[in-house]
Each structure stands twice: as structure tokens, then as C-alpha cells.
Write a protein that binds this ligand. Structure first.
Ligand code: CA
Length: 342
């Protein structure tokens, strides 16, 4: 009874002070382990599973409407190739920016597939072609999340990522300015507001601060990314900004960003037997006042150095001491956190 009271008191005071549990659970593209990524059902499910933040990847349509989609190319997660045959570019890919919102509305979204084989990237997930899903706009999704926050009494945060800003500028559109305007309109402006903005492009992160006057929290993403930042994209346009984790560069990042989003592999040194030991990245980031939110926890696609999901969570929580985790299965991380904090 005493323990229960204490627990109640503690949880009430945590609520009162708004102290976030740690590490925070970031639903990666919604509850993408269970439903097609970035669809509103996936967002609703992640909200219901108790994620602390819901992630949005953002690209633009032809008429400059911010859409929640992971890639600038849309053939891996929609039926665009059958609905709009012949509208691909010379490289064979269909791009969101070549379609108006009215056209995007006609697409059916589905589980991510390999465009070459048509097979699902994660074979045990939601079946491709089953049920009906659509591509949401950023505004629709923000309304959806804020509606759920209201009806459930929760305050689930958002975690939008500006995709391929340089590429969008080359197509004639300033995606960052467009996204910031929508975010501000929905109350996401300052560090007191419950959100992080994320981007791979460090030049754009600097521009967000210096030129666009962005006042909210920013996470600098670190790792390999392409023009379209597509994990499955051809390597010809792929880049890697892992050098940002070097001491001098990380200090530079800390002048603009509030945190870093490295890949899991960036945070460990793997020995000859395949055993992972924390390297000094998290400690150096923390010394600079940066939070560390690595990507991506997937129970069905574990990193090579991890034997099972619990071992990986034990490493993340106990040894790496990260501040947040991007997860395709946010409930698994949350359940582990609940057990861990007791
Ligand atoms: Ca992302």
C-alpha cells in the first residue's frame, strides 16, 4: 500500500512537472511494425500504444503541399505505377513532387516493398494489397494527432523530419519554410512545445536557425542518406554525414541542434566475436548537452551485433544510456521501459 501510494505520488509529480520518461519512445513512421508506414491508422495505433512521440517524414507534392511520406519517390509505398503509368522519371521512379495533391489522393498506400521484386521489405508485416490506406498531408496528420490528444487527454509529441531540402530547392521549392509555416500554425514553434524537428542535412539545420529563425528543438540526423534518403535507393546519390560525430564536428552540431539521431551502429564498437561495447559517442554528445535518439529498433530486423530484442534494449537502456529510441514497435520499447524503471 505504502509503495502504491509512493508510486502514485511519484507518477503524479512527474505528470505535474511534465517530466518525460526516459528514454523517450519515438514511433518510427507510426507503428510501422504493424501497419503500413505513415498511414493514419499506423499513427492512431502508435498513439494508442503509448509512444511519446510520433514521427513524420515530409516531402512536397507538385502543388507544394507537405505530405507525410518517407521518400521523395513514391513507388515503394503506393500503387502509383499502376494508377499513373508513364508518369515516372527517366530513372524509372515516380516522385511525389510530380503529382498534385488531387492525384496523391487517388493513390493507395501499402506496406513498403522492393520496387524491383515487388516483394515486401519486411515479410512478416501487414500484407501488401490488403485493406485501404491513403497518404496523409502533414496538416491532416497534425489535426489527427491533436484530435487524439484531446480525446484521450494525452500530450503525445510530434517528430517531423524535413526530407531532402537541397533536392527540393533544386526542384524550385523551399520545403523547410513551407513546413515551418504549417508547424507554427499548429502551435509547434518553441522549445517549450512538445516536438523535435529532424534533418540529415547539416547545412539546412544551420539555415533553419540562422536564416529561417526556427526556435524549436532540432535533432541532427547522422548516417547514410541519399537525395531521396531512401534506405533502399540506388547508391549513386547516397551520402554519409557520419563525420559529424567526430569531436570537432559534434561541437559544431551542438551550436545549432539539441540532439543527434545516429544509427544504432554509430554508438557501439563491435569486437571480433560480434559483441557490442558502447563507444564514446553518447558520452561526448551528453557532455555537449545533446540528447541522443538513435534509429531504428525493429524486432524483425535486429542489428548484426544484437542476439535478440531484449538484449538490444538492455544495451540501449543500461549501457548506452540513450535519451530516446526510434522504434517500429513502440509498445515493445515501452513495455521494456516499464519493467526497467521498477
Ligand atoms: Ca525519418
Amino acid at each position: 500500500m505504502k509503495t502504491l501510494l509512493l508510486h502514485l505520488l511519484l507518477s503524479t509529480s512527474a505528470l505535474a512537472t511534465g517530466a518525460a520518461p526516459s528514454p523517450v519512445v519515438i514511433a518510427h513512421r507510426g507503428a510501422s511494425g504493424y501497419l503500413p508506414e505513415h498511414t493514419l491508422p499506423s499513427v492512431a495505433y502508435a498513439h494508442a500504444l503509448g509512444a511519446d512521440y510520433l514521427e513524420q517524414d515530409i516531402v512536397l507534392s507538385k502543388d507544394r503541399v507537405p505530405l507525410v511520406l518517407h521518400d521523395i519517390e513514391i513507388d515503394t509505398v503506393t500503387d502509383v505505377a499502376t494508377r499513373f503509368p508513364g508518369r515516372q522519371r527517366a530513372n524509372g521512379h515516380f516522385y511525389a513532387i510530380d503529382f498534385t495533391l488531387a492525384e496523391i489522393r487517388q493513390l493507395r498506400a501499402h506496406e513498403r516493398c522492393d520496387p524491383k521484386t515487388g516483394r515486401p521489405v519486411y515479410p512478416r508485416r501487414f500484407p501488401i494489397g490488403q485493406s485501404t490506406f491513403a497518404v496523409p498531408t502533414l496538416e491532416e496528420e497534425l489535426q489527427f494527432i491533436q484530435g487524439l490528444n484531446r480525446s484521450t487527454g494525452r500530450d503525445t509529441g510530434i517528430y517531423p523530419e524535413i526530407k531532402a531540402p537541397a533536392w527540393h530547392r533544386a526542384q524550385g521549392h523551399d520545403i523547410s519554410a513551407i513546413v515551418l509555416e504549417v508547424l507554427a500554425r499548429y502551435g509547434y514553434r518553441t522549445k517549450a512545445d512538445n516536438f523535435y524537428l529532424q534533418c540529415f542535412d547539416f547545412a539546412e539545420v544551420q539555415r533553419l536557425r540562422r536564416e529561417l529563425g526556427f526556435q524549436g528543438k532540432i535533432v541532427q540526423l547522422v548516417g547514410r542518406y541519399g537525395a531521396g534518403e531512401n534506405e533502399q535507393a540506388a547508391t549513386d546519390d547516397a551520402r554519409d554525414n557520419s563525420d559529424l560525430l567526430a569531436p570537432a564536428r559534434l561541437a559544431e552540431v551542438a551550436r545549432y541542434a539539441d540532439g543527434i539521431g545516429p544509427s544504432l551502429a554509430h554508438l557501439v564498437a563491435v569486437d571480433a566475436t560480434g559483441h557490442a561495447q558502447p563507444n564514446d559517442v553518447v558520452a561526448r554528445a551528453h557532455a555537449l548537452g545533446l540528447v541522443v535518439h538513435p534509429y531504428t529498433f525493429r524486432t524483425d530486423a535486429l542489428p548484426k551485433f544484437s542476439s535478440d530484442a531484449r538484449a538490444l534494449l538492455s544495451l540501449l537502456f543500461g549501457e548506452l544510456r540513450v535519451d530516446g529510441i526510434f522504434a517500429d514497435q513502440p509498445d515493445v520499447v515501452r513495455a521494456y521501459r516499464q519493467g526497467y524503471s521498477r
